[in-house]
Design a protein around this ligand. Structure first.
Ligand code: THU
Length: 137
């Protein structure tokens, strides 16, 4: 069973570390492995803009670089840095593609908005018709 509330709490905590002096938009993510470990991430911006990294990819790259390969769910939250996340913050296309590299279609994407409100999607729902090199072999 995925403890979605706990994952959202971890995403909110991670958001506090967001480094976003350019956009002032702070994001947090918490990625759950299939065996129950949680890796968190925040966005990390750069004054050359291009090297900026989203919270979701920070969490994925932390986990993958620690040897993790199997994931069950990710919780995501984001808002202007001086506000609580009142609206859900859907992941960008680049982050969806990174999810696609490591996750099956049933991977859960949990979008958190304050006061316990959340929307839950599968990767198949948010990235339909995805590119899969294996299907060409
Ligand atoms: N951002 C994320 O971290 N995740 C998303 O899903 C969307 C956008 C970051 C990138 C940039 O640092 C800031 O939010 C504004 O786009």
């Amino acid at each position: 069973m995925i403890d979605r509330e706990e994952l959202c709490r971890e995403a909110l905590k991670a958001r506090k570390n967001a480094y976003c002096p350019y956009s002032h938009f702070a994001t947090g993510a918490a990625l759950l492995t299939k065996d129950g470990r949680i890796y968190t991430g925040c966005n990390v911006e750069n004054n050359a803009y291009g090297p900026s990294n989203c919270a979701e990819r920070t969490a994925f790259f932390k986990a993958v670089s620690e040897g993790e390969r199997e994931f069950a769910a990710i919780a995501i939250c984001g808002a202007m840095e001086d506000r609580e996340p009142e609206e859900v913050c859907p992941p960008c296309g680049v982050c969806r593609q990174v999810m696609s590299e490591f996750c099956g279609g049933d991977f859960e994407v949990i979008l958190y908005a304050s006061e316990g409100r959340m929307e839950v999607y599968t990767l198949d729902q948010i990235l339909p018709l995805r590119f899969d090199l294996d299907s060409f072999h």
